[in-house]
Design a protein around this ligand. Structure first.
Ligand code: 5AD
Ligand code: SF4
Length: 449
């Protein structure tokens, strides 16, 4: 049914936690519900339907949601429907209905097609948990409701087949499946027709994309021809899926940006083996070398976990040395969080790394990461880059813009510049972000990498 010909079904607010995939899923849910007559609103106050789209990756993420569910009570009237969606919903299922009596719906990542009818049921007083997997589900016919007019996230793959021993994702998002290339191509053309010039392809191990006929290299090359597209990114790849074909496609497709987020997790082959990452320190470093060989000056960022069960001081030192060797632009660093049901949860208790040790390692790791990115960022001062202006920065009067290398630059300007490409000279750095001065307005391709 068409939203124009339908009366309003009420208002809906979705609060999103976790990764970019969840942001994208929330856009799909908003789109679906808008087609059924729901009006999206920007906050929980007075919303008829409140959905909390959750993450389960670390215990901390779940604790935040539990706290938030309590807080949301104050916005609810007798008729408000509160639902929990996403990875934590999938993981806890009906137990969440027992634990939080004011929650009426618990819907996992493959259940969003049923949301309108589940919400109707909840309005009649039903309480339901829908957590079955659907390996065919891609939500192809949903029209994502995007709130960012500059960049778009397009999921190309759902689920994960890697089964790293620490990770809950295979249990919350099920087995890996890819959308068809033609479908991704259609959506890319749709978003660029709306004036969006940057697309980020999403998947749990996005470069293992395969639709039965085309691999990730085909996908990059084909999307590289999308009219109006100026920047193509993807996240997150797995090192083992960087075939020569994929790296060549990246290097030869001009819109593909010179930045790779390449989760390393650990720099120790022994730890990597217990994590079942399926690569060694050496093969990871070789992947880095191949990327750098094909794409000069490619920026690399990573994810690292410290305190995985059995991690010795020596193994941790190997992580520090790998961070120094690679010279990452930046790293997201985490203390291992034990997730029930994962293979790591079955390791003997004697292998547990104490909180004190894990915290001390995290602090040291962060210091080494910062030292490296600060040195690199200082060396970039004075260079010129093409940036895309994304939004107003938190700091007054400045805009937040990004280079092709995914470096954040704060530039002076007003809201009319959002969505534009500018050339800036990097004039200062806080260590992690830059300030920049405008060189001239540009529709031209980048000057510097
Ligand atoms: N504990 C800590 N960090 C984790 N990650 C995934 N699972 C866990 C866990 N159990 C981290 C990984 C991954 C990132 C998204 O979250 O580094 O790449
Ligand atoms: Fe995203 Fe993983 Fe968190 Fe699910 S558990 S929201 S897939 S980061």
């Amino acid at each position: 049914m068409n939203a124009d010909t339908q009366r309003s079904a009420g208002t809906v607010y979705i609060e999103t936690y976790g990764c970019q995939m969840n942001v994208s899923d929330s856009e799909l849910m908003y789109g679906r519900l808008a087609e059924c007559g729901y009006v999206p609103v920007g906050g929980p106050e007075g919303a008829d339907v409140i959905l909390v789209n959750t993450c389960a990756i670390r215990d901390h993420a779940e604790q935040r949601v539990i706290g938030r569910l309590g807080e949301l009570k104050r916005y609810m009237s007798r008729d408000t429907v509160l639902g929990v969606t996403g990875c934590m919903a999938q993981r806890l299922g009906p137990a969440l209905l027992d634990r939080a009596k004011h929650v009426q719906l618990v819907v996992g990542p493959d259940g969003y097609r049923a949301l309108p009818s589940l919400i109707e049921g909840a309005r009649r007083g039903e309480r339901v948990a829908k957590v079955d997997f659907d390996l065919e589900e891609h939500y192809e016919d949903f029209h994502a409701r995007r709130f960012d007019g500059v960049r778009a996230w397009i999921p190309v793959q759902r689920g994960c087949d890697y089964k790293c021993t620490y990770c809950i994702v295979p249990m919350t998002r099920g087995a890996e499946r890819s959308r068809t290339l033609s479908d991704v191509e259609r959506e890319s053309a749709e978003v660029t027709a709306q004036g969006i010039t940057e697309i980020t392809l999403l998947g749990q191990t996005v470069n293992s994309y395969h639709d039965g006929e085309h691999d990730f290299a085909d996908l990059l090359r084909r999307l590289g021809r999308t009219p109006g597209l100026r920047r193509l990114r993807f996240t997150s790849p797995h090192p083992n899926d960087f075939t020569d074909r994929v790296i060549a496609a990246m290097a030869e497709t001009p819109v593909v940006c010179e930045h790779v987020h390449l989760p390393m997790q650990s720099g120790s082959s022994r730890t990597l083996k217990r994590m079942l990452r399926r690569y060694t320190r050496e093969s990871y470093l070789e992947c880095v070398a191949r990327l750098r060989g094909a794409i000069p000056n490619v920026a690399l960022t990573t994810d690292i976990i410290v305190g995985f069960p059995g991690e010795t001081d020596d193994e941790f030192e190997e992580t520090l040395s790998a961070v120094r060797d690679v010279q990452f632009d930046d790293a997201f660093t985490f203390r291992f969080s034990l997730r029930d049901g994962t293979p790591a949860a079955r390791l003997p208790e004697s292998m547990t790394v104490s909180d004190e040790v894990a915290t001390a390692r995290l602090d040291r790791l962060i210091a080494v990461v910062r030292e490296g990115s600060r040195a690199r960022n200082l060396s970039l001062l004075g260079s010129r880059h093409e940036v895309l202006v994304e939004k107003a920065a938190r700091r007054g009067g400045l805009l937040q813009a990004r280079t092709r290398h995914h470096r954040t630059v704060l530039v002076p300007g007003d809201a009319s510049m959002i969505g534009r490409y500018l050339t800036v000279e990097l004039t200062g750095t806080t260590g992690s972000t830059f300030t920049g001065a405008l060189v001239h307005n540009s529709r031209a391709l980048p000057l510097a990498g």
